[in-house]
Design a protein around this ligand. Structure first.
Ligand SMILES: [Zn+2]
Length: 314
């Protein structure tokens, strides 16, 4: 049989999986998850090689049965060189990944994609409705905020593969610092890292989880932070709609575990005052059902689309 390998590199965890090339479904059976290795620049590549090798051994699979290794990673990355660079969470200026995988698996093509760009492929393959597929956006709201865009039936990648870094769009002229080094980014208000900073600035010592609990209880400070995050998310989503004119925007990531506190408000903002936030027709906004395996599913979809020369990647 023929199989695809999927890899998802995040700031906290690395996930690997093996899935059949035909009958690819969103239920991944062979998989492995470990904390991301950050010992030195080379340790992440070594870890991925080890994880793939052990999945092959445990499941009695041969290297010759693997048609490609597909990596979705936190960025920025240089997809052609196969390196990750300037990633604050991974800890090193440059992390070479592809070279080490090519050394261990020289016969197997290795593909790399920015995780949010991969995720939109996952939504496209496993989840989106037929009428949504050609103009589709995925937004991840987790520690940071990232985006993936399909416009006119094509994935938007950019020169190095880092297009749609929507979380670092400047949406406020305040001095609120962002993890990227500048100020006023959407991420600095509405992502997990941004919420933590806002909690700190308010003089509280809550975790993000406690923030949401306090907001649900009606604590005014917590509500103000959540309301501010929601306000800036409405602006961010409105800008994405202005730039790409998508039919549907899917949202995922850890922050959406508490989406009942903000998603209805965002939808209401667009219903009641659309022109305040976007000049274009309002898209469908919904939560992805692909959960925390969306990175792996995106990597698998990338592998599938490369093999069948899907026009989405042209
Ligand atoms: Zn930023």
């Amino acid at each position: 049989m023929q199989y695809l390998v999927g890899v998802d590199i995040g700031g906290t965890h690395v996930r690997t999986c093996i899935a059949p090339l035909e009958n690819l479904t969103k239920n991944i059976i062979i998989k492995k998850k470990e904390p991301t290795s950050k010992t030195d620049e080379m340790s992440l590549g070594k870890q991925i090689v080890r994880m793939i090798s052990s999945l092959l051994t445990q499941n009695h699979l041969k290297k010759t049965e693997i048609v490609s290794i597909n990596i979705a990673t936190a960025g920025p990355l240089d997809a052609k060189k196969g390196i990750i660079f300037n990633n604050a969470n991974l800890g090193f200026k440059t992390i070479p990944v592809k070279d080490q995988i090519n050394q261990e698996f020289p016969e197997i093509p290795c593909n790399m994609i920015n995780d949010a760009n991969g995720a939109v492929l996952g939504v496209h393959y496993f989840e989106a409705l037929e009428n949504e597929k050609d103009n589709l956006v995925y937004i991840t709201m987790s520690t940071g905020i990232g985006g993936g865009v399909i416009a006119n039936g094509h994935l938007v990648l950019g020169k190095d593969g880092n297009a749609a870094e929507v979380g670092h769009g400047t949406i406020s002229d305040s001095e609120t610092p962002c993890s990227c080094g500048t100020t006023g980014c959407w991420e600095a208000y509405s992502a997990g890292s941004g919420l933590s900073k806002q909690i700190q600035a308010s003089g509280q010592k809550w975790s993000n989880k406690e923030l949401y609990e306090k907001a649900k209880e009606g604590d005014p400070i917590a509500q103000k932070i959540v309301d501010q995050a929601t306000h800036y998310s409405t602006i961010g989503i409105g800008l994405i709609n202005n730039f790409y004119d998508p039919e549907a925007i899917y949202i995922g990531g850890a922050i959406t575990n508490n989406s009942d506190l903000f998603l209805p408000v965002i939808k209401e903002n667009f219903e009641k005052h659309p022109i305040k936030f976007t000049i274009n027709r309002v898209p469908t906004i919904k939560l992805t059902q692909l959960g925390d395996e969306i990175g792996l599913l995106g990597a698998l979809a990338l592998g599938k689309y490369i093999l069948n020369k899907n026009k989405i990647l042209l």
